[in-house]
Design a protein around this ligand. Structure first.
Ligand SMILES: CC/C=C/CC(=O)SCCNC(=O)CCNC(=O)[C@H](O)C(C)(C)COP(=O)(O)OP(=O)(O)OC[C@H]1O[C@@H](n2cnc3c(N)ncnc32)[C@H](O)[C@@H]1OP(=O)(O)O
Length: 719
């Protein structure tokens, strides 16, 4: 797994071989130990170069090994042996040098990088810290502030930034291995003492205590309960204040805590789940590896409201040419200005030219005649969308894929209004569409595998976490959100406050609790949907019967706030009050609290004490329970799909792995028992009735999450 060759007569060339990313598996580590030993003991070898095969240096430790008994030589002594070598060792970095890969390079005496290479210590995003000396060597090499930034964020830097920071010694546009071999020849015989980073003192930093205090505060705020970023700060502090050997001991202790933590398991699960959702499959048996996407060179967006504008930007930024259609001239001009501004700001951030010429604006739907794919983003009205789809079917060239950005309407119904339903899929973006990571690709029973493959590939090009899901009310994300929000309303009726509910959810790790979130997105959105469903009635009725609608418990609280004109941030009043309409700082609102008191009195409800645990159990288990229904219905192919949707689009804390992973961690039997408990107390709430899949999984011994797929298949075959 590490190949050895002698090149240019006196350079030992070690090539890491472990596709696809040359991860440091046990076999690769053993290969490095053996080949370094061979090079150092060969009197004809004057210097050594380490590189990786297929244009990638090394993607770090093999994450798949973390959950098994680790065998093979450990990384730390291996890197020490390289650093202590009496012949210069040069790292030739192409592609990526990440995590243990960069730590290996930091143990080398010199580093040469290709201009397109990316370097970083992303361990924090896996719930770990760079514990093969990375947390001790990097601050010694580039100083404490820069090392803190890289290690606590896990961000990857370009070769140019790495050169500027002092991580690499040279950047080349040409053959990196050839440049490294030439360099290795030029430094043969030079003293290596100054090149051993572990022997350096950390560069002096004025007012170290104040710096660490400030960084720790910042990290605690943004970590939202994640422990790895905090351990990273502590490890760098050890580098700055202790001799190397003691710093290494501190690094080891901190890593020991992180390595076995539930958070590390959750974050590593997310890493693999994000890759697993790309291997989509449909109930029909169609799959990612047997369905060929159609090429998309030209796309169109119909309707340039908030969503349409964001989608246009996301498409244009991938380099596609986009026809942006809005029938009203004034709206078209406003949209053009807004889209150009977004493209310019985005390009500035990425240091590239804005793709302004990539977008053609038109008032005429005929302009989309020759595009390969259209995304409809007009107002959420089935009659309007049907009309647009019929026009598109008449105008577009044969084979054009027709996508709808609906979040609530029936994709099958829209498809059935077109002569080619196999060409119709949902592409459910989240606002702002050019920023938010998540894309739900919604297929109906007649969507062709090729249409799904094309939408999934386009999502990937746009940098989205794209998840293929079946068609149902709310798809996956919003369908699960409904019971979560309803439980929050019921908790208010029973005595909780918006502040209490939000605090419990924010301490769990959500960036915003349900009520602050509702104020941000607008209370009128849900009101409109509930009106459409015939659930909204005038607010004068009282008593229990007024809170049973369509045969189930219903809380009219949100409707009553809307009747008062309280739509959230945009009106300056909602579940909280704001200094003025549009401002973002939520403040306690005495009006809301007396309103809740009067509401409870009117309905004969007696407020009781509700604690954080009840808030979490009722809101989260109701949401998770719906997730089990979704799996049972085959709307999501596996728990990873649901978890990626929640982590990338709904603010579920990544260090808790997503709702289904969380249920697995809590224990399925415990989730079931608590749902049964609450269902007994609230028999008129159907979403607290445990899903039959959850019951069946518990009855079959609560298999671990990676075995749910198999278990579900088996359980379905027994039905
Ligand atoms: C003892 C503890 C020590 C810890 C120190 C560490 O080194 S922890 C690991 C730190 N490294 C990382 O976090 C890097 C993770 N990988 C990436 O960021 C990216 O994969 C990449 C290297 C930038 C390459 O990206 P690209 O988009 O080209 O490919 P994919 O991400 O799709 O990956 C391809 C397949 O490779 C698998 N994979 C990637 N990295 C690792 C890894 N370090 N260990 C094991 N497997 C890895 C990935 O899962 C993909 O597999 P598929 O089966 O094809 O889905």
């Amino acid at each position: 797994m590490a190949e050895y060759n002698r090149v240019s007569e006196c350079v030992g060339l070690i090539t890491l071989r472990n596709p696809p990313v040359n991860a440091l598996s046990a076999a690769v580590r053993q290969g490095i130990v053996d080949t370094v030993q061979r090079a150092l003991s060969d009197p004809n070898v004057k210097s050594v170069v380490i590189c990786g095969q297929n244009g990638i240096f090394c993607g770090g430790a093999d994450i798949k090994e973390f959950r098994s008994n680790m065998t093979g030589p450990p990384l730390i002594p291996m890197i020490h042996a390289i650093e202590s070598a009496n012949k210069p060792v040069v790292a030739a970095i192409e592609g990526s040098a990440l995590g243990g890969g960069l730590e290996l390079a930091l143990g080398c005496h010199y580093r040469i990088a290709h201009s397109k290479a990316r370097l970083g210590l992303p361990e924090v995003s896996l719930g770990l810290l760079p514990a093969a000396g990375g947390s001790q060597r990097l601050p010694r090499l580039i100083g404490v502030p820069a090392a803190l930034n890289l290690i606590t964020t896990g961000r990857h830097v370009t070769a140019a930034e790495a050169l500027q920071l002092g991580i690499v010694d040279q950047v080349t546009d040409h053959n990196t291995v050839a440049a490294a071999v030439k360099f290795a020849l030029s430094v043969a015989g030079r003293s290596l003492d100054p090149r051993r980073i572990s022997t350096h003192p950390c560069p002096q930093q004025p007012d170290l205590d104040a710096l660490f205090e400030e960084v720790m505060q910042k990290v605690r705020q943004s970590a939202r309960g994640a422990i790895a970023p905090i351990a990273c700060v502590q490890a760098v502090r050890a580098a700055a204040t202790l001799p190397y050997a003691q710093g290494m001991e501190r690094e080891r202790e901190l890593m020991a805590t992180l390595f076995t933590s539930g958070q590390a398991r959750a974050l590593q699960y997310c890493f693999f789940a994000e890759r697993a959702v790309g291997r989509w499959r449909m109930p029909s048996g169609a799959r990612w590896d047997t369905s060929k996407p159609r090429p998309v060179h030209k796309a169109a967006v119909i309707g340039l409201g908030t969503m349409g504008r964001g989608i246009t930007v996301a498409l244009a930024q991938t380099g596609l040419s986009v026809i942006a259609v809005e029938t009203q001239e004034k709206q078209l001009m406003e949209a053009k200005q807004a889209i150009s501004g977004m493209l310019e700001r985005g390009a500035k951030g990425r240091g590239v030219a804005p793709a302004l010429d990539g977008v053609i604006y038109s008032q005429n739907i005929q302009a989309v005649a020759d595009v390969d794919l259209v995304i409809e983003a007009v107002f959420e009205d089935i009659a309007l969308k049907t009309k647009v789809f019929q026009q598109l079917s008449a105008v577009c060239k044969p084979g054009t894929l027709l996508c709808t950005n609906t979040s609530a309407l029936d994709v099958d119904q829209l498809a059935s209004e077109t002569p080619n339903p196999e060409l119709v899929v949902g592409m459910h973006f989240f606002a702002p569409a050019h920023v938010m990571k998540l894309l739900e690709v919604v297929y109906g029973p007649r969507s062709s595998p090729q249409a799904v493959a094309t939408a999934m590939q386009l999502g990937k090009k746009m940098g989205k976490a794209s998840v293929a899901v079946g068609n149902c009310r709310g798809f996956v994300g919003n369908r699960m959100l409904k019971p979560y929000i309803e439980e929050a309303f019921f908790l208010l009726e029973e005595g909780a406050t918006p502040e209490l509910v939000d605090q419990a959810l924010e301490e769990f790790g959500f960036p915003m609790g349900v009520f602050r979130m509702s104020d941000l997105s607008g209370l009128d959105v849900g009101w409109r949907v509930r009106k459409g469903d015939g659930l909204v009635e005038p607010g004068t009725a009282s008593g229990r019967s007024a809170r049973i609608r369509q045969g189930r418990r219903y809380s009219p609280l949100g409707d009553l706030l809307c009747e008062e004109g309280r739509f959230g941030q945009k009106t300056g009043r909602g579940w909280y009050q704001y200094d003025k309409p549009g401002s973002r700082v939520a403040r306690f609102d005495p009006w809301l609290h007396s309103f809740l008191g009067a509401y409870r009195a009117q309905h004969g409800l007696v407020a009781r004490r509700i604690d954080h645990q009840e808030v979490l159990e009722r809101c989260l288990y109701a949401l998770i329970n719906e997730g089990f229904h979704i799996l049972d219905d085959g709307i999501a192919a596996g728990p990873e799909d649901i978890d990626v949707i929640y982590v990338s689009g709904y603010g579920w804390p990544r260090h808790r792995g997503g709702p289904m992973f969380y249920a697995n961690m809590v224990g399925l039997a415990k989730v079931l028992e608590r749902l049964e408990h609450y269902q007994q107390l609230h028999p008129e709430v159907p979403h607290l009735q445990p899903s039959s899949l959850l019951r069946r999984l518990v009855a079959s011994g609560s298999p671990p999450i990676h075995k749910w797929g198999e278990a579900i298949k088996k359980l379905h075959s027994q039905l």
